[in-house]
Design a protein around this ligand. Structure first.
Ligand code: PEP
Ligand code: MN
Length: 373
């Protein structure tokens, strides 16, 4: 059960204390308070854990501090979408809003290699009105002999250039708790010219200690990749780990799954699950066409498979796109074969715009059908 309090209810308010006293007396129930800090107000949600089936929701609802009581019907207590649950499904970070009703594009380098490449990328994004990017500093690689990323040594110039070109949010993978602190320190040292969305990759989706670390801090939102070899339910539970530790600013990213059927692509594209995740949870849903498709292949229509996969995700209502670009793909140190070229950026953005417009038109048709029936 979730109890949503009136906005800005303080922990010292008499009404809050009275409610907590009542809840504290309930046998076998533990209460966990979670603050959702927004630009305008702070919302406190209380999570009741234990056998809540017998609790009297009306009685709890009658307390002065309580705005609403939501009975949790699914696994994903915090991030899930429950019956009569009208909690907001969006958050704003560093001036950029993320939610199930919008779309943000994160085009950028899979891995930071040189300062010059970072600058070419960010300048191009700026020229095309983009305020988000992806930049990998810590790379989890299949082979221990492959380039592992520059780590913290590249952060000063990445953040400086982001500030220079008006990039507000960088998606950056972390593979260890220490990386979160390194990012925080480097941002502080640079005077916080930009922001970071911590990316937890498919290989770490069940690294529970990392999830807890990213969940315990609330400075940075998190984009969590679906596990490539586990069930969707298991991946969504991983997202819930972040929220249960206190960070519910989480985007869930589909990035394809492994299959044994001899894929033409690096992974089996799973973007048909965009609406599934949106109906099970309130998280914005991201698609990563680059790590799904894994190549620059295009068919007889000469439209790259990566564009087609992106369009499939966006026309199904995706809220974020994470996509690899590189100024010189043959010389990229990681995932060059799947990187789109800089000159393809305007084409890619236009393709995304067309797919989004089509999705919005589909929603309008649906609304019309509803109102006619
Ligand atoms: C990445 O986005 O750079 C990456 C490694 O992705 P994934 O975790 O989906 O393989
Ligand atoms: Mn990659």
């Amino acid at each position: 059960m979730i109890i949503i309090l009136h906005p800005d209810t303080g922990k010292n308010d008499a009404a809050y204390r009275k409610l907590m006293q009542h809840l504290g007396g309930l046998k076998g129930i533990t209460v966990r308070a979670h603050d959702v800090v927004g630009a305008q107000q702070t919302l406190t949600e209380l999570y009741l854990i234990g056998d809540t089936a017998l609790l009297n929701a009306e009685e709890i609802q009658s307390f002065e501090a309580v705005e609403r009581v939501v009975r949790v019907s699914r696994e994903y207590r915090i991030l899930g979408r429950h019956k009569d649950d009208h909690r907001p499904s969006q958050f704003t970070y560093n001036g950029v809003t993320f939610g199930q009703d919008r779309l943000n594009v994160f085009a950028g380098l899979c891995a930071v290699d040189t300062r010059a490449h970072v600058e070419v990328m960010m300048k191009a994004l700026h020229e095309h009105g983009q305020v988000c990017t992806r930049m990998g500093a810590y790379k989890p690689r299949t082979s221990p002999y492959s380039f592992q990323g520059h780590g913290k040594s590249c952060l000063p110039y990445v953040f400086e250039l982001a500030g220079r070109y008006g990039i507000g949010v960088i998606s950056m993978e972390v593979t260890h708790e220490a990386h979160i602190e390194e990012i925080r320190q480097a941002l502080d040292d640079a005077g916080n010219p930009t922001g970071v969305m911590l990316q937890i990759g498919t290989r770490n989706v069940q690294n529970f200690e990392l999830l807890k670390s990213a969940g315990r801090q609330t400075d940075f939102p998190v984009v969590l990749k679906r596990g490539f070899g586990i069930t969707l339910e298991e991946s969504l539970n991983a997202a819930e780990y972040l929220a249960s530790e206190g960070n519910s600013r989480v985007v869930f990213c589909l990035r394809g799954v492994k299959s044994h059927f001899g894929d033409p692509h690096r992974n089996l594209v799973d973007f048909v699950h965009v609406p599934v995740v949106k109906s099970l949870t309130r998280m914005p849903v991201c698609v990563d066409p680059s790590h799904s498709v894994g190549s620059r292949h295009s068919g007889p229509d000469h439209i790259p498979d990566i564009f087609h996969a992106t369009a499939q995700g966006v026309i199904a209502g995706a809220n974020m796109v994470l996509v690899d670009f590189h100024p010189d793909p043959p010389r990229a140190l990681v995932d060059g074969p799947q990187a789109l070229r800089m000159e393809e950026l305007p084409w890619f953005l236009e393709d995304v715009r067309i797919a989004r417009e089509a999705y919005e038109k589909r929603c309008k048709v649906q609304a019309q059908v509803m109102s006619d029936s």
